[in-house]
Design a protein. Sequence first.
Length: 125
Amino acid sequence: MKSVLTIVLLATMLAPTYVKANDGLAETICSYIEVDNKSRLRKVLKANNIRIRNIYDSVLCDGQTMLRFAITSEANSVGGFIVSKLPVVALNTPESNGKTLVQWADEFGHSASPVVAIARDRMGE
């Protein structure tokens, strides 16, 4: 019984914690993405002790994920930063519309984006 309890406690401690950004924080994050201000984005993430990988699924900017919003806003510096902070699996995972980042970029004319190039390179494409 003691070993089961230990295993459960360890599993709980090692499981990733996901943070849900509040509306004000999400709005701030999206505004920094839109104006391509990587240093301010990093500062607000650090001040709130948040990692992009933990909020990526919960923050939408104009109905898009942070990365897609960065691409459509031509926020290449912030987009590259987001790509570097996400696991490769997240870059390859289809989003709500059933398309991966690269499929979406190809379909909507963003395949020439420097952010997509960074993501392709990171994914080994």
